[in-house]
Design a protein around this ligand. Structure first.
Ligand code: AMP
Ligand code: ZN
Length: 451
């Protein structure tokens, strides 16, 4: 039985969806004002692992993700680049989806842009005003946290003495919970970005977005809501307050939060100038799936301390898997059927709050087991890959990356052979061997193979 750690109750709980027909899962999406950094991407890999695991375990999953294409940062960014907001956010949205594709992340079932759900947000806010949970202030419409019964339970907040204070910014400090903006009235800084609402011209705050969009697709209650730990407060705390104020029902049954990716020197953040993107990794010779593999090796709730050394180690391990899978595809060796044994172990790992690092080890143990019938082994590993997403179905000979040094040596050897300098050619072959490759003749010429 699947158990997931629920931030709301601080324990691992048996997962039971509301409806037998399927699981509703909402994942907070990106603010599209810049490239996603690899910390952000770790969280999307986690979402993907959760969704794939649920499917593997037999659940039908509907996943919704929002795109925040309107907020302070997107407005400022578009003004700075002097392009219309829509064009600006579209650019980063495209890059984001391309990143997801390269990381073999399955696209959510529904992707909702904030700017395309403004009417739902306006309706949501109007209802909150009517019910007495929201009020008008000079800067916008605010949610009154003192009206909310369990405000701050998710984040284990002490109810603030200072709860009469108001905050306009979407992100703020946990030590000071305050009434937050549902709707920000228009100011000149917003340029031509505004919507008309019965309570005044302006634009939505960030938190209302996810409550309204979740409601739009799923109705009042959902099974799972995900994000990284930084969203517990204020974002998710405020989502609960708004949604439950409207419906009077428990908004989310399982709040699942992923740990942060950090650098040795601390947080990955723009102000520290230590942000890395997939493109940066690519320029360093790393493929997106090397990074995905690295992420699989740390449990989703733990922090992942990123370094180029651990990425390099993950890359080597992933390349070894690739070589072994390619060899396995070419083999037909009869052996024992160990499918059930490994399948049981794999399920046990996933059931235990998505213990993916253990699942990866089980995958490797099965791959390395010489007694296992080769065809049955391949079928089983393909099944496991429905969770891991290492793309083993696509792995083929040319994917094995041979180092530049070996490629250069091979070409030197070819020249020596052409010149009938067989002594030099043999020396080069030995050098290549010492680097871990053997050379084999094939109809298309000489090929290097990892020993
Ligand atoms: P943003 O685009 O800033 O709204 O962030 C997108 C997602 O990335 C959110 O779910 C954040 O919680 C998450 N996130 C931000 N920084 C990190 C990090 N260093 N490690 C893991 N997740 C992060
Ligand atoms: Zn959200």
């Amino acid at each position: 039985m699947l158990k997931l750690y629920n931030t709301l109750t601080h324990k691992k709980e048996v997962f039971r969806p509301i409806k037998e027909s399927g699981v509703s899962m909402y994942s907070c999406g990106p603010t599209v004002y810049n490239y996603a950094h690899i910390g952000n991407l770790r969280t999307y890999i986690f979402n993907d692992l959760l969704r794939r695991s649920l499917k593997y375990l037999g659940f039908k999953v509907t996943q919704v993700m929002n795109i925040t294409d309107i907020d302070d940062k997107t407005i400022k960014g578009s003004q700075k680049e002097n392009i219309p907001l829509k064009e600006f956010t579209k650019k980063y949205e495209r890059i984001f989806f391309n990143d997801l594709k390269e990381l073999n992340i399955i696209k959510p079932s529904h992707i909702l842009r904030a700017t395309e759900s403004i009417q739902e947000m306006i309706f949501f806010i109007e209802t909150l005003i009517k019910k007495g949970y929201a009020y008008k202030a000079s800067e916008g419409i605010y949610f009154s946290i003192s009206k909310s019964k369990n405000y701050g339970k998710l984040a284990q907040l002490e109810k603030s003495k200072n709860k009469k204070a108001r905050i306009k910014s979407d992100e703020y400090d946990k030590s000071n919970p305050q009434d937050f903006a549902l709707w920000k009235f228009y100011t000149e800084e917003d340029g031509n970005i505004f919507w008309e609402a019965p309570f005044g011209r302006g634009r939505p705050g960030w938190h209302i977005e996810c409550s309204a969009m979740s409601m739009k697709i799923f109705g009042p209650q959902i099974d799972i809501h995900t994000g990284a730990i930084d969203l517990i407060f204020p974002h998710h705390t405020n989502e609960i307050a708004q949604s439950e104020a409207i419906t009077g029902k428990k908004f989310v049954n399982y709040w699942i939060h992923a740990g942060f990716l950090t650098m040795k020197e601390g947080k990955m953040s723009k102000s520290l100038g230590n942000i890395l993107t997939l493109e940066n990794l690519n320029n360093g010779g790393f493929f997106p799936l090397d990074y995905r593999y690295l992420c699989l090796l740390t449990h989703y709730r733990s922090s992942l301390v990123f370094s180029l050394e651990n990425l390099k180690a993950a890359k080597n391990a992933y390349e070894r898997i690739k070589r072994k899978i390619i060899e396995l595809k070419a083999k037909k060796i009869k052996g024992k059927d160990l499918t059930k044994e490994y399948k049981d172990k794999f399920k046990k790992a996933i059931d235990d709050d998505l213990s993916v690092p253990k699942a990866v080890q089980i995958f490797i143990d099965a791959l390395d087991n010489q007694q296992f019938d080769s065809l049955k082994k391949l079928r089983l590993l393909e099944k496991f890959d429905e969770v891991l997403g290492l793309n083993i179905e696509e792995m083929k000979e040319e994917d094995v990356i041979i180092s530049k040094e070996v490629i250069n040596l091979m070409s030197e050897r070819e020249t020596a052979r052409k010149n009938k300098d067989f002594k030099t050619a043999d020396k080069i072959r030995d050098k290549i061997k010492s680097l871990g490759y053997s050379l084999e003749d094939s109809p298309d010429g000489v090929k290097a193979k990892k020993i």
